[in-house]
Ligand binder design. Structure first.
Ligand code: PMT
Length: 403
């Protein structure tokens, strides 16, 4: 999604400067064009050659060089960028920007910048807690700079505390958000993701193949577009997306409770989770021992969460999924009507690149008016974009979202 976007990355002199190499690599991998400015102190921690090689561009370190080399670098770079990122940002650069000081190429470029600027502080915990640094951070926030929360954990100076550079995928995600139109700002979107597990005894359970990728992609993309996201997730191996509210559940009954407790605040509900329709009727407290007798597991129905919401919803856009192995569209249409959804996203286990666990999906979006949008195989992030485009259209039609 960062394809063709122009990012100016400022690197300042802290031990986390070496992580800027990984950030550059990640941005290039996402298709961005990256120009790097390093302060003199940053070059003590990591070689400009490393950044030059990773960004495929010259690295800017000096304010004054022959014009044919830099072409008024601070102005040219300020105009080139769609977004600026300073990672790591020391207390020094934060203080300089907050005080209107422009005494090197990075601080001068930032002063001339009019595009969104993301600042990722990384320093010793005591430096970060210093009231002057905090005041400077707050000052920058008031001037609409976007400041990422530093990570908490072990710091280079062998202490533990706040001051770590945020994780690289989190920085990349924040840049994505900065560059995405905020057309879902004010919407409160509840998304369910992943499988549920229905325990039989302390070591065994019934589950399905859902990895959570489709639901997590929806959560990420909704947040990128400015929505406030509540993610209710069954057990997955994925790293959690950074959204406002995450509720972890295990069973369908727990997911049911979490959805019922939270859905009334939402303007949109998207149910991408693969919820078990049945659970073992009896949970056996001790591990079931094997014997030679045949065994049967008696099952009972789980609540149909989406059907219950469908019955009670008022002014909410309700989106369900249909995972089928045959009669995809007919079954999807039936679920849409029966469960009173506004939209259903059909995907088939029989189609290459679609369904469980893959990074891609092949979806058909059907609305209540019978409009059918059949899409080719695309990444789950791209599929999420398409679903949310349609959601936005429905919100506009309803006109009365709770924004
Ligand atoms: O997680 P991934 O590996 O990325 O895979 C994605 C996915 C295949 C799980 C996803 O794209 C998908 O299709 N999710 C819905 C799967 C499913 O349970 O489909 P269904 O046809 O059985 O259910 C229809 C709808 O009712 C779904 O929105 C489901 O969340 C909901 N439901 C189902 C049962 C139940 N007891 N309560 C529900 O709310």
């Amino acid at each position: 999604m960062l394809k063709g976007k122009k990012i100016v990355l400022g690197i300042t002199g802290g031990i986390a400067a070496y992580k800027a190499a990984e950030l550059t690599r990640a941005l290039i991998k996402e298709g961005a064009q990256v120009r790097v400015i390093m302060t003199k102190n940053a070059t003590e921690f990591i070689s400009p050659l490393t950044l030059q090689t990773l960004s495929n561009n010259i690295v800017y370190t000096e304010m004054y060089l022959p014009s044919e080399q830099y072409d008024m670098a601070h102005i040219a770079l300020a105009e080139f960028a769609d977004a600026f990122v300073i990672a790591p940002a020391t207390g020094n650069i934060i203080g300089k920007i907050a005080s209107g000081i422009a005494d090197d190429l990075l601080s001068t470029t930032i002063m001339a910048a009019v595009k969104p600027t993301l600042i990722c502080p990384a320093m010793n915990d005591k430096m970060l807690a210093n009231p002057i640094v905090q005041e400077n951070i707050n000052k920058l926030k008031n001037y609409k700079y976007i400041i990422m929360e530093s990570g908490v954990g072990e710091l280079a100076c062998k202490t533990k505390g706040a001051g770590r550079l945020p994780e690289i995928p989190e920085i990349v995600e924040e840049i994505e958000r900065l560059l995405t139109p905020q057309n879902l700002a004010g919407e409160k979107i509840l998304i369910t993701a992943g499988p549920t597990e229905e325990p039989l005894d302390p070591v065994r359970f019934i589950t399905n193949l859902s990895s959570g990728k489709m639901g997590y992609a929806l959560a990420k993309v909704a947040r990128r577009h400015g929505a406030q996201v509540t993610l209710i997730t069954g057990p997955t191996n994925l790293s959690l997306p950074s959204v406002e509210n995450i509720i972890k559940v295990r069973t369908a009954q727990e997911m049911h409770k979490a959805v019922i407790d939270n859905y009334k605040k939402s303007t949109v509900i998207i149910k991408a989770a693969a919820v078990a329709d049945y659970r073992p009727k009896i949970f056996v407290k001790e591990k079931i021992k094997k014997d030679n007798k045949p065994r049967a597991i008696e099952l009972e129905r789980n609540p149909d969460i989406i059907a219950e919401i469908g019955q009670n919803k008022k002014n909410i856009v309700l989106v369900g999924f249909a995972m089928e192995t045959k009669n995809l569209l007919a079954n999807a249409r039936e679920k849409l009507k029966k469960k009173n959804m506004d939209l259903i996203v059909a995907n088939s286990l029989r189609e290459e690149g679609a369904g469980f666990q893959t990074d891609t999906n092949k979806i058909t979006i059907i609305d209540r008016e019978g409009d059918v949008q059949s899409l080719p195989v695309m990444t789950k992030i791209e599929a999420a974009e398409k679903i949310l485009e349609k959601v936005e259209e429905l919100l506009k039609k309803k006109g009365g979202s709770k924004k």
